[in-house]
Design a protein around this ligand. Structure first.
Ligand code: CA
Length: 415
């Protein structure tokens, strides 16, 4: 399949949208969301500057072919339509937002961002989370299994992952109730049940599958861009005490499944073309079906704020496994893909302490507290704490794209 070039990648005239040129939401970004305004039904929008383009009425007024893709309360019809439609819609939007002659036709369909509310942008089908950072996997291995090799023998041969819970994925802003569970301290004689005492975050990217694939087929690494619609920020809330007791031998379960937060805004994969960078390097060489053409990584930096204090900047460019390899691995047994499948990158961590994307690593299992701007010390999350993830990536037009934030506040456990 040949895909037409992304029109947004060609430097053209600047946008006429006030305040948008050169910022995080110039026409080289154009993330999608489902929004509502003034009590209206939820509908598909695209952000430019501090405005949301109301796509369905705009397409109707222009008698445009893309109307059927955006006349919905979910991104699913657009996601399912595949890469030709994604590129064509993006090209149409860039034309509209850069041609001054089109401005009078578009302006009636612009809504101030501050006046809209956003929800989950699509129904999550299956949710899988990987473990693709060498630094994160090494740190966690050292903390959880201090007397053993940090990496298990399979780690450099396949992107390790587990199936998470699609039904508890929530949109940014949704409060997170402290989970209860079973946990056992190393020196305790037996487990107890109660509120998690080691509630944590994991700063990740989430990759959103648009175009499905049939059962029995494989999605090769080179077909990544034909299936993945876009990228969201993802916070994989994690109860470390529950996780540490339950995870062997079948992996994370209740320590993760209570909530996973994503941004309402989905950055199109095409917008991240300028952010592509080579992987840091894979040794030993992976099997043929996981080999990938470079550049396969993405230069996306995630900022982690804890009650307003920036505590980490996690570099996605440092990840060992690329998302194309994760998708190829996910389907390497012939498993089908469905529109709305979501796969997480795993915690993004780099080699430096300031680059660790979880509090487990930042505080080294709770032994090295972090000081916040108000002078307080933290190891794990306390009730009332708020965590905000934001991220930036280089765009085609010289600025940095600002990916949609993920925000969540911890509420006390309920009986
Ligand atoms: Ca995770």
């Amino acid at each position: 399949m040949s895909i037409p070039p992304d029109i947004g990648t060609i430097a053209g005239p600047p946008t006429w949208v006030d305040g948008a040129a050169g910022g995080g939401h110039d026409v080289d970004h154009l993330p999608y969301a489902v929004f509502s305004h003034g009590g209206d039904d939820p509908r598909v929008g695209v952000r430019v500057g501090d405005l949301v383009v109301d796509l369905a009425p705009l397409a109707a007024s222009e008698r445009d072919q893309h109307g059927e893709l955006v006349r919905a309360t979910s991104l699913a019809p657009l996601m399912r339509a595949g890469p030709r439609s994604w590129r064509s819609l993006r090209g149409w939007l860039v034309d509209l937002l850069t041609d001054p002659d089109r401005r009078p036709g578009v302006e009636p369909h612009l809504v101030p961002l501050a006046e809209v509310t956003t929800g989950l942008p699509f129904e999550v089908a299956d949710y899988v989370d990987f473990y693709a950072s060498l630094d994160h996997a090494t740190n966690v291995g050292r903390i959880f299994r201090p007397d053993a090799q940090p990496l298990l023998p399979n780690w450099r041969h396949l992107p390790v992952g587990y199936h998470g819970r699609a039904g508890t994925i929530v949109v940014s802003g949704t409060p997170v109730v402290r989970p209860c569970g079973q946990r056992k301290a190393p020196d305790a004689s037996g487990p107890t049940y109660g509120p998690s005492q080691r509630l944590d975050i994991e700063a990740e990217l989430g990759f959103v599958v648009g175009a499905p694939s049939p059962a029995g087929s494989r999605v090769r690494t080179g077909a990544f861009v034909e299936h993945v619609f876009g990228v969201t920020l993802l916070n994989d809330w994690s109860a470390r005490d529950v996780q540490a007791w339950e995870y062997q031998p079948l992996g994370p379960f209740l320590g993760k499944s209570f909530a996973t937060s994503i941004s309402p805004w989905i950055t199109p994969l095409a917008a991240l073309e300028a952010a592509r960078v080579p992987l840091p390097g894979q040794q030993p060489q992976v099997l043929e079906h996981l080999r990938v053409a470079e550049p396969a990584g993405y230069d996306i930096e995630i900022q982690v704020r804890w009650n307003g204090t920036e505590v980490a900047r996690a570099p996605y460019a440092a990840m060992y496994w690329s998302p194309a390899q994760m998708l190829a691995h996910l389907t390497s047994n012939g498993s089908s893909l469905r529109t709305g499948d979501l796969f997480g990158s795993g915690t993004v961590s780099g080699p430096d302490r300031s680059q660790r994307g979880s509090f487990l690593e930042l505080t080294w299992g709770g032994s090295e507290p972090v000081r916040l701007a108000d002078g307080s010390l933290r190891t794990f999350l306390e009730d009332g704490d708020e965590v905000v993830l934001t991220a930036t990536a280089p765009g085609r037009l010289g600025g940095r794209l600002a990916l949609g934030e993920v925000r969540g506040r911890v509420e006390p456990a309920r009986g």
